[in-house]
Design a protein around this ligand. Sequence first.
Ligand code: MN3
Length: 197
Amino acid sequence: MFTLPDLPYAYNALEPYIDEQTMHIHHDKHHAAYVKNLNDALPDASEPVEEVLKKINEIPEAIRTKVKNNAGGHANHSLFWQVMSPVKSAPSGKLLEAMNTTFGGVEKFQEVFSAAALNRFGSGWVWLVKDQEKLAIIDTANQDSPVSDGKTPILTLDVWEHAYYLKYQNMRADYIKAWWNVVNWNEVVKRYDMMGA
Ligand code: MN3
């Protein structure tokens, strides 16, 4: 049984960057639907959703697409809520060192990540992942999860239109730019350190 996690802050906490109505619809309708559909597909599951995603190719073919889309939708949104916060923070410690080495600094990292988010065609996600001990920026289509490819996500941005259309309409670039104001770097640092890097 998979359950919808509560937001770790109030629905209006990310205003003015992400509006309260979007957060309600996004969490209470979209994320809730992924959880419901995942439970419909795997009513007896007892493992964490990440374990399902790691073994997605072992899921019976008849339900694999439904499980992939909805397990991804559940896991991706669960991470997304965690890596945002109304409290300002900045990259630090070993993560900051790795970002400097890999991307040439935080600003350069943000440029590359933002470009990936802008250029992701259609619905999908942009990620900062740990892949083979290295940091990498990747993007995925639909609700596909990097976990299914053996990568560990530590930051993600939802660029489905449902994530921003009410406030930003077709202006995805404005949404991306605003989103940097609510990134919970303390959580990203924590996730990076948990990987033993
Ligand atoms: Mn979404």
